[in-house]
Write a protein that binds this ligand. Structure first.
Ligand code: FES
Ligand SMILES: [Fe+2]
Length: 384
């Protein structure tokens, strides 16, 4: 056996062991939930397995619908190694492959507005629907313009977000998120317009950020000056979960200043809390009466992610000065979380990072939901 195939055998044995361990989380004892051991967050072979079995087929938020308001508005990104152009083409928002069909050049970069995409290598030109419109000097028999359309991926809009799946057979996102619609309907999530976006690299595992954003246990300790005043740990309450999501409520103390009017349909309770939810696998969101913050997590390696986050404001709920203050607040909050998650990443390869007891449902029940979801995905799509 050569060195490479021996390494492959070691990897397979290790992945099988981790998968058996993960399978136990589908039947996790409600009263004794535990976190995953560190290897799930650090092992390169397990990360590759996870990309194929879980991440590739999932729905990933790639932006807000209002970021593609005009025909030809586009944004590029790399999702799990797949270069994409998200673009408004008439009534639809589409996810096109950002790879030229001639010899594989990256077609375009960044964000902007255009009525066509011209390859900067040999000038092949594509329309907003991906059709090849022009290919200079191509006259040989082997060339058929019609067969050189850009590739595409499934793309859906929901709650004012744009989601993409790389799978040719994606799951039914409408069914998976049906219950989530009921939780956030009164906020009118489609009516928030995007005021800010930023893209960052964090040196942590993707699951750590999903878990971190979705638990209220750390709020008062990690965010004493930024969040504790209006979303203290002690007022966190677990929310409903369903096939493709989980949620919790970060309730505000009595007598805090109004967070902005928001939708007329909001109940008093909804007005006095931030509702946090995760759309598995990689999106976490906080929605409040006037403000919507969404984090799209793009796994790069076991120990790194590209994070794109957006801040959106309900109708005319906040003035420009307040919006600037909220952007600064969220930059500070994100920095506080990033510091903790990067420090934790450096500890997760320890033999003693072997999965600890989770807190009760109101504080860490969402992590239990997430781990059960992961275990289920792995079991049903784990490439046995
Ligand atoms: S690679 Fe795009 S035109 Fe040649
Ligand atoms: Fe946090």
């Amino acid at each position: 056996m050569n060195e490479k195939s021996q390494q492959n055998r070691f990897d397979t044995v290790r992945i099988d062991g981790l998968r058996k361990n993960l399978a136990e989380y589908t039947a996790m004892d409600e009263n004794a939930p535990r976190s995953l051991s560190g290897q799930f967050y650090t092992d390169p072979a397990f990360f590759n397995h996870e990309c194929r079995a879980v991440l590739h087929r999932g729905w990933h938020c790639v932006g807000r619908s209002d970021e593609f308001a005009r025909n030809g508005d586009y944004l590029t990104l790399n999702l799990l190694g797949e270069p994409l152009i998200i673009v408004r083409d008439g009534d639809n928002i589409k996810a096109l492959s950002n790879v030229c069909r001639h010899r594989g050049m990256l077609l375009t970069e960044g964000q902007g507005n255009s009525n066509r995409f011209v390859c900067r290598y040999h000038g092949w030109t594509y329309g907003l629907d991906g059709a090849l419109l022009r290919a200079p000097r191509m006259k040989n028999d082997g060339f058929d313009q019609k067969t050189c359309k850009l590739g595409g991926f499934s793309c859906k809009q929901k709650f004012g977000f744009v989601y993409v799946s790389l799978s040719s057979n994606p799951s039914d996102i409408d069914a998976e998120l049906a219950g989530l619609g009921n939780i956030i309907a009164n906020y009118e999530p489609e009516k928030y317009s995007t005021a800010h976006s930023a893209t960052e690299i964090w040196k942590c595992n993707w699951k750590s950020l999903v878990e971190n954003f979705m638990e209220g246990y750390h709020l008062s300790i990690v965010h004493p000056h930024t969040l504790h005043g209006y979303t203290p740990t002690g007022l966190s309450k677990k929310g409903p979960n369903g096939a493709g999501y989980t949620s919790y409520f970060a309730n505000y103390p009595d007598k805090i200043a109004s967070r902005g009017p928001g939708a007329a349909s909001l109940t008093k309770e909804e007005r006095n809390r931030s509702t946090l939810f995760a759309v598995f696998p990689c999106q976490v969101v906080s929605i409040a009466s006037s403000l919507l913050v969404s984090l799209s997590i793009r796994p790069l390696s076991p120990a790194s992610i590209e994070l794109r986050w957006t801040m959106s404001v309900h109708s005319e709920s906040l003035d420009p000065k307040t919006i600037s203050e909220r952007i600064k607040l969220w930059e500070d909050v994100n920095q506080e979380d990033q510091d903790k998650l990067e420090a934790m990443q450096s500890a997760l390869s320890s033999v003693f990072a072997n999965g600890g007891p989770l807190a009760e449902d109101d504080y860490e029940g969402t992590i239990r939901d997430f781990l059960r979801w992961l275990a289920k995905q792995d079991a049903s799509h784990g490439l046995n």
